[in-house]
Design a protein around this ligand. Structure first.
Ligand SMILES: [Zn+2]
Length: 124
């Protein structure tokens, strides 16, 4: 049996059901190898998020891993998503996550606008 394709038909692997959130972590406090690993995992989730919510470069540019503030915002959003969809989550947790997500999208958009990055062009 083949993997189901998403709405756009790009065939990305589906995102896994989270078990729950790990404790919050200051990414820069981790050894460099662990930071790299965590960024790769975050990148998988960001790719899913971008595709699922049809976010464009004005919210999450391709160069997001080069922007500390975008990494921190997306890591916090991911952590909250894992908690909201984890096994111990309350039934309204996904709805609350979406409320947080709306605010996060505004902050992401503001940060991207301040960065000067456009499309695939990274500015700093
Ligand atoms: Zn950039």
């Amino acid at each position: 049996m083949s993997q189901p394709e998403n709405e756009e038909g790009r065939g990305r692997p589906p995102i896994a059901q989270p078990l729950g959130a790990l404790p919050p972590t200051v990414l820069t406090s981790l050894p460099l190898q662990e930071q790299t690993h965590r960024l790769e995992l975050l990148g998988d989730w960001v790719a899913w998020l971008t595709d699922r919510y049809r976010l464009d470069h004005r919210t999450i540019p391709p160069c997001w891993p080069k922007h500390g503030e975008l990494i921190e915002e997306l890591a916090a959003l991911h952590l909250a998503w894992e908690a909201a969809y984890g096994q111990l989550a309350h039934g309204d947790a996904p709805l609350l996550w979406h409320e947080h997500f709306n605010l996060a999208r505004e902050r992401l958009g503001d940060a991207v606008a301040r960065s000067g990055c456009r499309g695939a062009q990274h500015r700093r």
